[in-house]
Design a protein around this ligand. Structure first.
Ligand code: FES
Ligand SMILES: [Fe+2]
Length: 394
């Protein structure tokens, strides 16, 4: 799919070839699917929907989930499928403590998935209901999201405390801040969602608007990047002076500095600091299925903390911005249906190449680890061997 003809000497990777989902007749039914990264945390849904004993459903990496919140406040995520006959547990009942299946009334403790009651058992039965488990996934609440740890298929129940990866969380730099959240479904696979997210060259074309960019504002950029574990960092720098929101931060009269990280499997964090003032965001592109994904943005800031209407205004412009990406990716999905061959070109696409190389290394390390007895994250090789400067026009 991706033609990675690198003209420069430092070519870091051979990008992974996405596959195509086809019908029996060989006709592509959607854009190509992507290989998925398991054994990590993904945001399933916003937890404000888990009120009053409500069950909610979500799909992560093609796995149907039912989520809820116990009376004690703890959130949970189970596979939305009863282990008895497979009916979705989400059509059953939840009393704040147990999920009851609608078909034969089996009751499950939702955080562990352990069965507590099988109503049909008689005094003649010796079956121990508590030996039966529905599939429950580790689930934690952060920044208003229910984050679910998705283990690789066949790895069995994940013991709490045995998860080697921390639950992702938005960085905040003080106790007083405002927050906003945005999301958009994308009809393309997670790889296209992610390389679209880190693509520096689309800004002047996709995000044309009087308050952001115009095509005429395009100019040469030089940015420094450095390797970080399972990702890369655009080193601290003064943000583009040609973008209106960054200009606004300049009203504080202090130097503005921004740092952008990308870390596997799907996280982009951006921190903008201006003296005591800061803006922080966490953007994730989460595979819903192998060929569709969703972008979620959570942001927190203390800039203009006392100015009224800043949150709705920020949400309005943020939504427009995400919508521009969404519309472009919907148009791209039309093209991808026909499985064209694609290119990753020079420096502007170098972050995309690093992403594919990091992902490939992680998948290879995971497959090595699955062949040794203990499941533990290996130390995947890194495509960068030190800081590097990239140049592009945008
Ligand atoms: S299908 Fe769920 S209890 Fe039988
Ligand atoms: Fe964009």
């Amino acid at each position: 799919m991706f033609d990675s003809r690198c003209i420069r000497p430092q070519c870091y990777c051979e990008p992974q070839m996405p596959q195509v989902t086809t019908t029996e007749t060989g006709v592509p039914i959607q854009g190509p699917s992507a290989t998925l990264i398991y054994d990590d945390w993904y945001p399933a849904l916003r937890t404000d929907v888990l009120r009053g004993g409500r069950l909610a459903t979500a799909m992560l990496l093609g796995i149907p989930l039912v989520l809820g919140r116990r009376k004690d406040g703890r959130v949970f995520a189970m596979r939305d499928s009863c282990p008895h006959r497979g009916i979705p547990l989400s059509v059953g009942w939840f009393d704040g403590e147990r999920v009851t299946c609608r078909y034969h009334g089996w009751e499950f403790e939702p955080c562990s998935g352990q069965c507590a009651v099988i109503p049909s058992l008689s005094s003649h039965d010796h079956l121990d209901a508590t030996k039966i488990y529905a599939t429950a996934y580790p689930c934690e609440e952060r920044d208003g999201h229910a984050w679910v740890y998705v283990p690789s298929a066949g790895s069995g129940r994940v013991a709490e405390g045995a998860i080697p990866r921390a639950v992702p969380e938005l960085k905040k730099f003080g106790p007083r801040y405002r927050t906003a959240f945005l999301k958009a479904d994308l009809p393309c696979n997670v790889d296209h969602g992610i390389i679209g997210l880190m693509d520096p060259a689309h800004g002047p074309f996709v995000h044309q608007a009087w308050w952001w960019r115009s095509r005429a504002s395009i100019r040469e950029k030089t940015k420094k990047f450095e390797p970080i574990p399972e990702g890369f960092r655009m080193s601290a720098h003064a943000p583009s002076g040609n973008s209106a929101p960054y200009k606004l931060l300049g009203v504080y009269g202090q130097p503005v500095e921004t740092t952008i990280d990308f870390v596997l499997p799907n996280r982009r964090t951006e921190m903008i600091r201006c003296g005591e003032k800061w803006f922080s965001s966490l953007t994730t592109v989460t595979p819903v299925t192998a060929s569709t994904c969703r972008i979620d943005v959570v942001a927190a800031w203390n800039v203009f903390y006392h100015v009224p209407f800043v949150t709705p205004v920020a949400k309005f412009f943020g939504a427009k911005f995400v919508r521009q990406d969404q519309v472009t990716m919907m148009q791209q999905a039309e093209g991808l249906k026909h499985n064209p061959s694609l290119m990753l070109i020079d420096d502007a696409d170098k972050p995309a190449k690093w992403y594919f190389a990091l992902k490939q290394a992680r998948l290879e390390a995971a497959s090595r680890d699955s062949q040794v007895s203990e499941a533990r994250p290996g130390a995947p090789r890194h495509p960068m061997d030190g800081p590097v400067e990239l140049h592009w026009r945008s």
